[in-house]
Design a protein around this ligand. Structure first.
Ligand SMILES: *Cc1c(COP(=O)(O)O)cnc(C)c1O
Length: 399
């Protein structure tokens, strides 16, 4: 998509949200990226290589699957966009492939990333192995313990995983450490951010990389139902990249209603929540202005969700803007609602979703739908990584 009213302005603002709030020492890196990213990613050579890898390495296009039994239950037409079938099990690889190609074109030899749950770290380590690039992943020490299987994967893939011992030892601290690394290695290092967050131009860059999702939906719907847009797109929102990619090509079509599910955790009236768009106030985190969950002193609170991928105190500036203009609606979904929705999809369709994706599925029971409408739900990832959580839940249920 070329410029639209949902593209950021030249300073990276979507309305009042976005921008680039960075330390002086990062200005050269960010400027280099900002001045080159569009030129590179719109070049024929880049597009050819990107699409070759998306097809032959990642397995795209991912299917758009008509979920018959789920549709019967909710009395509407539900199509699942199967991002869970991507190599490495989620949509994150779309972005890491694109950014690694961009890094190569910028002449960078060393890749750094931060990761919370480890999914973005694994996707980054994967493409670095593919390309023979050095890879350093910063991860909070607590997350290193909590996400042991992903740490093993990253190490097998040849990445150096650096446990970060400062602060709460989670994602926010890992991000600070990655920024510090980047400042110290301005020439040879590229920083891959995993969602539509961070300073401009990252939110726009990542949205463009993930926009392949809505591009494919458009073509696939045209084949399946004879029109190239649905009545609804539903997606979960952590930082907001699978939602941004799933909404992207429909943003300017008002016939398509767009709904995001954010993690309410134990409920938006409890402190254990990650429902940024329901509860947040405008603030600055990780280099951009957006909605942010803060305490009464303006301190960012440690978010909570059963789903590690949605456990983030901020949200990409595009989503804050889409909420403020009314273009998209964002609805909080609790842990319990997500678990129930995961069970329902598994039993009706034989697909075990990631807990993150289950938040989008949980939107189905929150309103009445029209029998003749078509909706697309972005199934952002598969549930393999969540089996511990699911097994605790189901042993609890049966008692
Ligand atoms: C990381 C992740 C998310 C959340 O990230 P977004 O940037 O909001 O898409 C959602 N689903 C899965 C499976 C993930 O791994």
């Amino acid at each position: 998509m070329s410029k639209s009213k949902y593209s950021p302005d030249s300073d990276g603002y979507y309305g009042e949200f976005g921008g680039a709030f960075i330390p002086e020492m990062l200005v050269p890196n960010i400027t280099e990226l900002r001045e080159n990213y569009l030129k590179i990613i719109e070049s024929d050579e880049f597009i050819k290589e990107f699409h070759h890898l998306l097809r032959d390495y990642t397995g795209r296009p991912t299917p758009l699957y008509f979920a018959k039994r789920l549709s019967e239950k909710y009395q509407t037409n539900i199509h699942l966009k199967r991002e869970d079938l991507n190599h490495t099990g989620a949509h994150k690889i779309n972005n890491t492939i694109g950014q690694v190609l961009l890094a190569e074109k910028l002449g960078k030899k060393r890749i750094i990333a931060e990761t919370g749950a480890g999914q973005h770290g694994v996707a980054t380590a994967t493409v670095c192995a593919l390309k023979g690039l050095e890879c350093v992943v910063y991860m909070g020490a607590l997350d290193v313990q909590r996400q042991a299987p992903n740490v093993t994967k990253m190490k097998m893939l040849g990445a150096t995983v650096v446990p970060v011992e400062s602060g709460n030892k989670t994602l926010k601290d890992a991000t600070n450490e990655a920024m510090r690394d980047w400042i110290n290695h301005p020439d040879d290092t590229y920083y891959i951010i995993g969602s539509v967050v961070g300073p401009h131009p990252y939110p726009d860059l990542v949205a463009r990389m993930q926009s392949v999702i809505s591009y494919e939906i458009s073509l696939q719907l045209n084949t399946h139902i004879g029109r190239s847009f649905p009545d609804y797109v539903l997606a979960c929102v952590g930082g907001g990249s699978n939602a941004a990619g799933g909404f992207y090509h429909f943003l300017e079509n008002p016939a398509v209603k767009l709904i995001g599910a954010e993690a309410a955790g134990k409920g938006i009236d409890t402190p254990e929540t990650a429902a940024t768009l329901a509860l947040g106030k405008t603030g600055i985190l990780h280099g951009s202005k957006s909605k942010l969950i803060q305490d009464k002193y303006g301190q960012v609170i440690e978010p909570y969700s059963i789903s590690a991928g949605l456990d983030y105190p901020g949200v990409g500036p595009l989503h804050s803007y889409l909420q403020s203009t009314g273009r998209c609606t964002y609805i909080p979904v609790t842990d319990q609602e997500a678990l129930d929705a995961a069970m329902e999809l598994t039993q009706l369709e034989g697909i075990i979703p990631a807990l993150e994706s289950a938040h989008a599925l949980a939107l189905l029971s929150k309103q009445k739908w029209n029998r003749s409408h078509h909706m697309v739900i972005i199934l952002s990832g598969r549930g393999d990584k969540d089996m511990d959580t699911y097994s605790k839940y189901f042993s609890h249920e049966s008692h």
